[in-house]
Write a new protein. Structure first.
Length: 191
């Protein structure tokens, strides 16, 4: 298993390759360059310390946030998509380097359960999202295989009317070591 420093250097090489790809892009080159620069800036801001797993997760967290939050008006859709591609490159590399403690979990099923339950919850919200910003909701769901999953949901304000529902899914009721995280953007019609 690599050290955080080795992981940093490997991710830097992924960013360097994406820089070259951006310069040769068939789309708007400046949009691609700006997207890679934003991803690199987020990645470089992550302190290189702790365990390799902690460091890797911190990098993935910042790239995931950028995938949801980055906006370039010149490339409204292209820019987010490119950061999402960088996230996938980095996460796939990390998966090959760090043993998966959840190898026994069907991640496809877990993701499906998480997305379905978040969608149900968003359709059944009765309180305005602004009231829910401090909420931490825990509940259970059963996958099609019969596997029991434990979910948690929090809300984060991204503007006065926009909110993000952040869902995590776990394999046990201790709610530690999330298997997956997903986000759902919401608009509070009450405001």
């Amino acid at each position: 298993m690599p050290t955080p420093q080795k992981m940093h250097r490997a991710i830097k090489r992924i960013m360097d390759k994406r820089d070259k790809d951006a310069l040769a892009s068939q789309y708007d080159v400046s949009v691609c360059i700006n997207s890679v620069a934003a991803a690199r800036q987020g990645f470089e801001a992550v302190p290189v310390h702790g365990t390799v797993k902690e460091y890797s997760q911190a990098v993935l967290d910042i790239l995931s946030k950028l995938t949801n939050d980055f906006y370039d008006s010149d490339g409204e859709y292209t820019s987010k998509g490119l950061i999402g591609d960088i996230y996938l490159d980095v996460s796939q590399y990390i998966e090959t380097q760090i043993p998966d403690e959840f190898a026994h979990i069907d991640k496809k099923e877990a993701r499906k359960v998480l997305i379905q339950e978040m969608a149900k919850l968003s359709n059944n919200l009765t309180a305005p999202a602004s009231v829910l910003v401090e909420a931490f909701i825990k509940f259970e769901a059963i996958g099609s295989s019969g596997t029991e999953y434990f979910l948690s949901v929090t809300f984060e304000a991204t503007s006065k009317r926009d909110f993000t529902m952040i869902g995590n899914i776990y394999e046990n009721n201790e709610y530690s070591n999330s298997i997956l995280e997903d986000r759902l953007e919401l608009i509070d019609d009450e405001i």
